[in-house]
Design a protein around this ligand. Structure first.
Ligand code: AMP
Length: 234
């Protein structure tokens, strides 16, 4: 199964795709995670892209495409998180893989800002611990959000490895605004590209409930679409 998970920064893509990886044995490919890892390790690629991430800007297509091409080689089961973010990236993906479905996550900007500002990650580069200190209960334009916090058991220490929790550099307020703006401007055409193409089904969900509920909705939709996948990939 080949999936894309698509949504604005802070919409829970990382969390949902981690759970879908476990559920379906998918390889999770997150370009953001790959880039952060390269930066932490101080590689040549890391040095080249560091400033784009710091400023919340998109890494140039030629760099992203090269990385994704290498990662996808020979993979049949994967979920792409954070790629494609431009039409050019989507066109390249068309040439290398037949995507079965796009999971599109919707959320209001106000909620995203609150959620991103409250995200805390483990400071241990080898650990993927991820938490959120916001407790959101509100309704916007008819969408009722009930998003309880995801707190560590011990005072701001990671449950998995005990390291202190920190805020991601690009989760700071000035950068959040820029990332949301970039999403609005550059990523919407990607959705339009797939709508026009017409051959990839969309699974649309709102990020308005705790991850287990949102993931259950996604899983139900995937199960319904599976007949379609089987016909395409006998
Ligand atoms: P994310 O963790 O997906 O929010 O990505 C963090 C940052 O990595 C983004 O703000 C971009 O600077 C960069 N990035 C990740 N994926 C891409 C992509 N497909 N194209 C361009 N830049 C990307």
């Amino acid at each position: 199964m080949k999936l894309i998970i698509f949504g604005p920064p802070g919409s829970g893509k990382g969390t949902y795709s981690m759970r879908l990886r476990e559920r379906y044995g998918l390889e999770k490919i997150s370009t953001g995670d790959i880039f952060r890892e390269e930066i932490k390790r101080g590689t040549d690629l890391g040095k080249k892209i560091e400033n784009y991430l710091k400023e919340g800007k998109l890494v140039p297509d030629e760099i992203v495409i090269e990385v994704v091409k290498r990662k996808l080689e020979g993979l049949d089961n994967f979920i792409l998180d954070g790629y494609p973010r431009t039409v050019e990236q989507a066109k390249v993906l068309d040439k290398i893989a037949k995507i079965d479905a796009i999971i599109k996550i919707n959320a209001h900007k106000e909620i995203l800002v609150e959620k991103i500002s409250a995200r805390r990650i483990c400071s241990n580069p080898k650990c993927d611990g991820n938490y959120n200190i916001a407790n959101i209960k509100k309704t916007i334009e008819g969408v009722e959000y009930i998003l309880p916090p995801l707190l560590p058991k011990n005072d701001m220490k990671c449950d998995k490895c005990g390291s202190p929790l920190i805020q991601r550099d690009d989760d700071k307020p000035e950068v959040i605004e820029e990332r949301l703006k970039v999403y609005e401007q550059q990523s919407k055409p990607v959705i339009e590209y797939y709508i026009k193409k017409g051959s990839v089904p969309f699974i649309e969900v709102w990020m308005n409930r705790p991850p287990e509920e949102v993931v259950e909705n996604i899983v139900n939709a995937i199960e319904k679409l599976k007949v379609h996948f089987l016909n395409r990939n006998p």
